[in-house]
Write a protein that binds this ligand. Structure first.
Ligand SMILES: [Zn+2]
Length: 385
């Protein structure tokens, strides 16, 4: 039997399921308790199984956790994030969000799908590879990173700290129904301020009202979006979007007789490969006639279909009798920065329904989590050996 298949079979189903449940039971939303509890648990868990995990500080109480199997160059990173989004109102949940209830083979709770199920699968794969290979010829690095749901400070610090250097690929375990996602949309968060001049509402001619200026800009956005959508679309990512998400203008609480001094507009821009972000910002600036502040810039990324990492993913799925399906990620993930900043080929592929993240009654199928662990184990051996 091939070593890849041996590694897949060395995944211990019960262990992976129990880990997924244990992880869901530790709240890790931010703002809130944050990732520290999950990190401390995982650290102890890995140490008890013969690994030597280490922390990388990102922000107070928010450490990345890294664990290596083997050393050298040309290795593979298994990446997952330890934070979850807020559960919101607990009363809206059928099962309490951090109880880790299992019913009908499904694990329920905040983060079950996004992505403590995937994280448990990565750990299960790491341990299985350890059982079969001991130390692989090239390193296998588990990266459990913080703040993916926020500004992605975890992966940014991970890359800036040199922890992706020397590696040849990364698998990101986001819930994608085990589609091999080679494409990820880009994102821009922009803020524009339309200046005005305060004046009495009875004498509007004495001031300069920023609201109509901002409103004209907002109305024109749909046309701009249409032009982008005509020029760019992607078979796996669909269309680019230009969406206003904030419009603020006020001279103060209850001041309905005062022309406000400014109006603020925020835009959420979603892009596909081929769209140049600097160029897009310049177009928005021209349209608005005011300065555009770039609050966040996440470029669209793609990994070539013929990359050895993609081949390994395809082979691993085939080896386990599973279909190889290509896909695209509609939002950015930590994989965006592993690709854009560290230059690594990235496959985003994890267990869990695509649409469930951030919903109430989030769940993941535990069999699918175990299956994902088997795929990762086989993929790692195929890629590393
Ligand atoms: Zn996620």
């Amino acid at each position: 039997m091939s070593r890849a298949l041996l590694a897949a079979e060395a995944v211990e189903a019960k262990e992976v399921m129990a880990l997924a449940q244990a992880l869901v039971r530790i709240p890790s939303h931010y703002p809130g308790p944050g990732e520290e509890g999950v990190v401390a648990f995982l650290e102890e868990y890995l140490r008890a199984r013969g690994l030597a995990p280490f922390r990388q500080g990102v922000a107070p109480g928010r450490p990345n956790l890294v664990a290596d199997l083997g050393e050298g160059k040309g290795g593979l990173i298994l990446e997952g994030h330890t934070d979850v989004v807020t559960p919101g109102e607990e009363a809206l949940w059928t099962h309490p969000p951090y109880a880790g209830v299992v019913e009908g083979g499904r694990l329920y709770g905040r983060g079950a799908c996004d992505m403590k199920g995937g994280l448990a699968a990565l750990v299960g794969a790491l341990l299985a590879v350890k059982r079969v290979l001991g130390k692989p010829r090239r390193p296998l690095r588990l990266a459990a990173l913080v703040d993916e749901e926020g500004m992605m400070q975890g992966v940014k610090t991970f890359v800036q700290g040199g922890l992706a250097r020397g590696f040849r690929g990364a698998v990101v375990a986001e819930p994608e129904e085990m589609e091999a996602c080679l494409w990820q949309k880009g994102a821009l968060r922009l803020r524009l301020r339309f200046p005005g001049r305060m004046a009495h509402g009875a004498m509007p001619y004495a001031g300069d009202n920023p609201i109509p200026k901002a409103a004209r800009f907002l109305v024109g956005l749909a046309e701009q979006e249409g032009r982008w959508q005509e020029a760019f679309s992607h078979p796996y990512l669909g269309l680019p979007y230009l969406t206003p998400t904030r419009f603020l203008a006020s001279a103060g609480e209850g001041q309905l007789n005062v022309i406000p001094p400014w109006a603020e507009v925020a835009l959420d821009v979603r892009t596909v490969p081929g769209m140049d972000h600097d160029h897009l910002v310049a177009e928005v600036r021209r349209l608005a006639g005011v300065e555009v502040e770039v609050l966040e810039d996440r470029p669209p990324v793609e990994t070539p279909r013929e990359d050895p990492l993609v081949q390994a993913a395809e082979e691993a799925l085939q080896l386990l009798g599973l279909p190889f399906r290509l896909g695209g990620v509609p939002g950015a993930t930590d994989g965006t920065f592993l690709r854009a900043w560290a230059g690594l080929p990235v496959v985003v592929m994890g267990p869990g329904k695509k649409t469930l993240p951030h919903q109430t009654d989030e769940w993941v199928d535990l069999e699918e989590v175990v299956q994902a662990a088997r795929v990762y184990a086989a993929l790692a051996v195929l890629f590393l050996e």
